[in-house]
Every structure is written in C-alpha cells, then in structure tokens.
Design a protein around this ligand. Sequence first.
Ligand SMILES: Cc1cc2nc3c(=O)[nH]c(=O)nc-3n(C[C@H](O)[C@H](O)[C@H](O)COP(=O)(O)OP(=O)(O)OC[C@H]3O[C@@H](n4cnc5c(N)ncnc54)[C@H](O)[C@@H]3O)c2cc1C
Length: 412
Amino acid sequence: MPAIADRPGGGANARGRGTAGMGTAGMGTVGRGRRDPCDTVAADCAVAEGPAGATGCIGMCQGMRPGSPGRQPPRGAGHGAGPVGGPGRGANRMAHSHGAWFAARGRPRGWFRGRTGDTSQGMTAYHRPTTLPEALRLLAEAPAPPRILAGGTDLYPARAAGEAWMRPDDRPLLDLSALPDLAAIEDRGDHHRIGALVTWAALRDAPLPPWFAALRQAAAQVGGAQVQNRATLLGNLCNASPAADGVPPLLALDAVVEMAGPRGPRRLPLAQFILGNRRTALAADEIATAILVPKAPGAVARFEKLGARAYLVISIVMVAAVIEAEAGRIARARIAIGACSPVAQRLPALEAALAGLPLAAAAGAARPEHLAALSPIDDVRATAAYRRQAALVLLRRALSTPLAAPAEARAA
Ligand SMILES: Cc1cc2nc3c(=O)[nH]c(=O)nc-3n(C[C@H](O)[C@H](O)[C@H](O)COP(=O)(O)OP(=O)(O)OC[C@H]3O[C@@H](n4cnc5c(N)ncnc54)[C@H](O)[C@@H]3O)c2cc1C
C-alpha cells in the first residue's frame, strides 16, 4: 500500500508574522510603519540584505533559536525598514545572515566555495536574487543543489526535523522572496496567472471569480493566519505532500504549472507536475514561476476538508468540486480528492456519471465504487477505512452545497 507520509515537522517552527499579508491580489507590501515583531527579539536577529541592497527583517525570527553562530548587525538596519515586500521578506537568521554579513564584508557575489558555502561560521550559504535571470544563474552556478525558499513553512520545519534526527540539511538556500514579478495574481484573458510568491492570505482575500471558491476556501483553512500570511500556494505544490490542501482544488481547475530554467520556460499540467509523494517534475536547475488557471465561466466550486480540528491541522481527507451547469443540469463536473493516495486524484468515473444529471441529484450520485482508485493508508490521524468513508461523506457534502448557490456563478 502506498505510504502517505506526514508533512515533515508540521506544526513546528512556523511562527511567522501574524499581520504581514500581501494584500489583495498579492500586490501589497509590508507597511513601513508597522511594528516588526523582531523588535522584540532584536538582539537575536540579523538583517536580510539582498544583492541590490534591499534590507528587511524577517517574520520567522521569532521562531529562531538563540545563540546561533554569527555576529549581530548594527541595530536599526533593516528592521521593518526595507523596501522588501512579499511573503518571504527573508527567512531566518541561519539563512539571511549570510547575505547580510558576507555582503557587508565585501565578499564577491555568487555562491561561496565549499560544499555548501562558507561553513567556517557554521552557516548555510544563502542568496536572495532580485531578478529571475539572476535566480536561474545562481541556481546553475551553485556548488551544491540549493533549496529554493519561498515562505519557508515547509522548508524550515523539515530542516529543523532533520537537525533533530542528526541529519542536518546544510544545502545552500536560494530565497525567491525579492522577485517582484512573482507576487501577483493576474487576469491574462483566458486564464489567471498566480505568481510563485502569492501567499495563501493573498489568495484568500483576492476578488476572484466563483470557480476559485474551492481554492479560496482551502486558502482560508491552511494552517492558521500566520501560516497563510507567509506560505505560498506554489510552495505547497512543490513540496508535493499527499495532504497538500492546494492540490485538489487546482486539479479540479485543470491548473498548469509554469516553470523557468536554462532551457527556457515550460508548462506542465498539475497532474503531470506532481509525480508522487514529495516528488515533482521540476528539474534541479528550474524554478516554478506560476500557476495558470483556465477560466471556467459559470462554474461553481466547493472545498471540504476533514481534520482533527479547525486550524493548524493536516488533512485527513479533502475534496474539491468544480461544477458547470446549464438549465439546471450538470454540463461538466471536475472532482478531486486529496490525502487518500500518494498524489491527490481526479475521479473520472464520478465526473462522467454526473454529466447530464439534474443539479439536485448530484450528491446522491456519488457511490463508494467511485472511490475505488483511492489507496488511503492507516496512520495516526485515521484508518484507511475511516478515510474512505469520510471521503464519501465529504464528496456528497461538496456536491450538494455549491450547487445550491448558482447565483454567485451567474454574477461572474
Ligand atoms: C504550522 C503549519 C501548518 C500548516 N498547515 C497546512 C495545512 O493546513 N495545509 C497544507 O496544505 N499545508 C500546511 N502546511 C504546510 C505549508 O504551510 C504549505 O505547504 C505551504 O503552502 C508551503 O509554502 P511555502 O511558501 O512556505 O514553501 P517553502 O517551505 O518555502 O517551500 C516548500 C518546498 O517547495 C520548494 N519551493 C517553494 N517554492 C518553489 C518554487 N517557486 N520553485 C521551486 N521550488 C519551490 C522548496 O524548495 C521546498 O522544497 C503547514 C505548515 C505549518 C508549519
């Protein structure tokens, strides 16, 4: 039976700022006047400095361990004062102290030599490019395959867990948070483009059409407000957890992942992008730059998530449904289920069975045999049998609720 692994370290070390969202459509920035939480821990906080001199303090600093190596920067430089927007305004001291310290000491740009950089101070090499070509160049030139850093809410807990198990991950870090072109949600005619730095909070608050309802409902339930403010949708996809809440809604929307690399840009349907548990089709020298969502005029959507509690919980099962109807009958149904197989799955047999049915009959049409392709596991959160039963219940719930609200779709 395929394994559904836990999100590594889920629930640990993700004390992001509670207020620094990206604003509507992912375009906002952190206010200059806002009191930075790092003010309270300034003595234990370094400064992020990008190659262009952008500085900014980092929300996750509050989760840092005291006594990390490295000297402290001058007070006042960068704490909430830099022109840095986006979810990542840096990462934690283990990372951003590199850009600050070595840049300040006049070291050359580029990766520091050695397996993972200059480890003389026990630090991980770190870069925060300000353009995509620069990011790709750094990726290509890195002495060891770097870890790409977006919001850090999967990456840092995983690193912390690795350290706890004596398997430290000291690969270089390539921080995307200063790439402004990746922080927007754009209407591109026949599709929407969601940049790689768009956070769950930006998505949750964006004025998007009704077919995004499932994705926005997922956004409102991911982690808690702090995680939503920092974590990105694309980071969720690249992490490729079987329980990633972003995957079912985007599978049901036929989303496509856009990537950039030395061989040029390319696109892959999400269903082909995620290859398995923690595996994607992204090459080592590529960066995922956006998610493209085709428009679905008239469609309504719904997301249902089952967890042990309302927030800060890994999903036991989640269901996403996108339904298009004409004259009271289903014209097209797209249904996906997550956390019941190594990768979330569409349910083609159910989708076919729903086509042509009256809207009111949709929920009753979902049968146990439609879930035959799922392969749920027993784990600490639920048994496989419970997951299968819960999936059917959530499925019926998803198929009844959105169909009762066609007015929202007509307004689109
Ligand atoms: C307390 C807590 C609660 C959580 N709750 C939930 C939850 O309810 N549901 C859920 O689905 N997840 C949850 N998560 C997991 C996490 O918040 C999400 O998966 C989040 O969307 C990851 O985004 P990020 O920007 O933080 O990714 P990061 O941690 O920065 O990156 C994640 C992975 O993707 C890679 N990556 C990121 N961006 C790119 C890119 N553009 N190109 C290539 N590779 C990239 C990184 O290298 C890394 O391997 C939770 C995490 C925590 C700590």
